[in-house]
Design a binder for this molecule. Structure first.
Ligand code: FDP
Length: 318
């Protein structure tokens, strides 16, 4: 079944669900275009830096820039997206002119930028929220207010994984037809399998008590470790295989701060992990209990299947 058929069949006939399916279909079409660019990035001269910094003082890559333009254009043109926020934009973009009802969307156009030039996986992450018309404030809603969230992973194949509140589903892009085809319905994170995934260097940069729990988790489970270094790919593996993914708060002298972005990475992917039966902590708190405070806020992320998160909780308490 392709994505359009699936959306028609599974979203109820209400006006807001119809609007949401048009948004999801448009995000898929942006993903199709970015997938095309990612696959040909070396040939299209899309490798390397674009020559500027984003709001996070990071070097913007050419593919970050073109992907941002693609998603921005597609969403701004969508009749039901009233405002958008991007990891690559300084502030909220109001695109409500001439539109009546709809939603707001936050996105990371290309997560895992450091993987671009070396042919490793990257992805687009999105989050769709209801709005009262006060756009800035509406982005501060908690994770469980999202009406849809997910990602498109450009890996050995291109997959779109999302939830609109009724299960987590995976669609694979068929390069022959250009269609996203349902390949996994109702994904549930398996327990007692999968990998442990964090950058080992964080052990020297994080609060010592928490670092001990990270090390003990590996010892107690005897699991292998895997770390792609693109959150979207590491979370995809954790959703499909189970296990644990984390980027803790790092720093020194008792001052520790998360690296991952609340709106564009942590909130959508943390919520998605819970929709797939797992558990997610942002800044050490359950993902749905944390209220965002600013657009470009950074947080720590710890997520995984229920079993491993229970063990992690016990190790933290020890
Ligand atoms: P990147 O810097 O390559 O864009 O937040 C961005 C992110 O990648 C995540 O996707 C990834 O999980 C993390 O940063 C990797 O950071 P480290 O290189 O510090 O491990």
């Amino acid at each position: 079944m392709n994505l359009s058929h699936y959306l028609l069949k599974h979203l109820d006939g209400s006006e807001s669900q119809k609007e949401l399916s048009l948004i999801i279909a448009d995000i898929a079409s942006a993903g199709r275009e970015i997938s095309h660019n990612v696959q040909r990035s070396g040939l299209l001269d899309l490798h390397g830096a674009a020559g500027g910094e984003n709001v996070h003082a990071e070097e913007v890559q050419k593919l970050d820039e073109t992907s941002n333009e693609i998603v921005k254009e597609v969403l701004a043109d969508n009749e039901h997206i009233l405002a958008l926020a991007s990891e690559e934009e300084e502030s909220v973009v109001d695109c409500s002119e001439g539109k009546k009802t709809g939603f707001i969307a936050a996105f990371d156009p290309l997560d895992g930028s450091s993987n671009i030039d070396i042919n490793m996986p990257v992805g687009t992450i999105f989050s769709v929220l209801p709005t009262t018309g006060n756009f800035e404030q509406d982005f501060m809603q908690p994770a469980n207010h999202q009406v849809a969230a997910g990602y498109i992973l450009y890996g050995s194949s291109t997959v779109m994984v999302f939830s609109a509140g009724k299960g987590v589903h995976e669609f694979t892009l068929d390069p022959e037809t250009g269609e996203f085809v349902l390949t996994n319905e109702n994904i549930k994170m398996p327990e007692n399998s999968g990998y442990i995934s964090y950058n080992p260097y964080v052990l020297y940069q994080m609060a010592p008590g928490r670092a001990k729990a990270y090390e003990e988790l590996v010892k107690e489970t005897g699991r292998s470790m895997r770390y792609v270094g693109a959150m979207v790919a590491d979370v995809h593996r954790t959703l499909m295989k189970g296990g644990f993914f984390a980027y803790p708060a790092v720093g020194k002298d008792g001052k520790y701060k998360g690296k991952l972005r609340m709106q564009y990475e942590a909130k959508p992917l943390g919520w998605l992990a819970e929709q797939a039966g797992g558990k997610a902590l942002l800044d050490g708190k359950p993902v749905n209990d944390i209220l965002p405070e600013e657009l470009h806020q950074k947080v720590s992320v710890e997520l995984g299947d229920r079993g491993i998160m229970k063990l992690f909780g016990r190790l933290l308490a020890d």
